[in-house]
Design a protein around this ligand. Sequence first.
Ligand code: SAH
Length: 200
Amino acid sequence: MTLSNLPSHPFREPALEQYGTDGETAARWLYSINSEEPFEDTDGIIDLGAGNGILGIGALLLGAPNAIFIEIDEEVCKSLQDAIASLNLGEKCRILNGDVRLINHDEIRRDIVLMNPPWGRQTPRADRPFLDTAVRCANESIHLLHGRGARHIESWAESSGWFAKRWMEVDLPMPPIYSHHTKKRSTTEAAMWWIKRSAN
Ligand code: SAH
């Protein structure tokens, strides 16, 4: 309920593919992650393409010691700041208003990266900078929400020396502005991948 009630993503910029994760999906996904890989045992998380911060905030509520939020859209960063303030989580959070491609990954590293990046439907391969940044910034694992039809995740992970397992599926509610030509709410098929460093 807390996640569902966060100040919502402004969804202003279709080119940035700002398809947010809804509260119920985020809660179910984060609980599942937490039961396998407790957030409180990590050194913190990075939320790449943070939007209103729903993923990072959820991880904090489940015990992550701190979160770094990276978001390119300045307006969106304001609602992220509001969301963090509304829950008194400011001391555990760092917001970086910038492009994932420009992150200094020597400085920004945490055990877990969480992300629902642009899926590349508006701009082909828009997810690639997120994938490439995530492998540089994550010590242990990357949790990715992407379109269920994505076929490149496993091969991309393998070529980067990681291992990707698709382990959950969800019908993600789409905000009305993306339900092209109709005001009705609709859903899109999504899935979650758990990406870990390969053992060898
Ligand atoms: N994590 C949130 C938002 C997902 S939408 C959630 O799950 O609800 C993807 C977000 O990535 C958008 O807020 C968009 O503005 C941001 N984004 C898109 N391209 C980016 C880039 N190159 N660098 C940083 N953020 C970016």
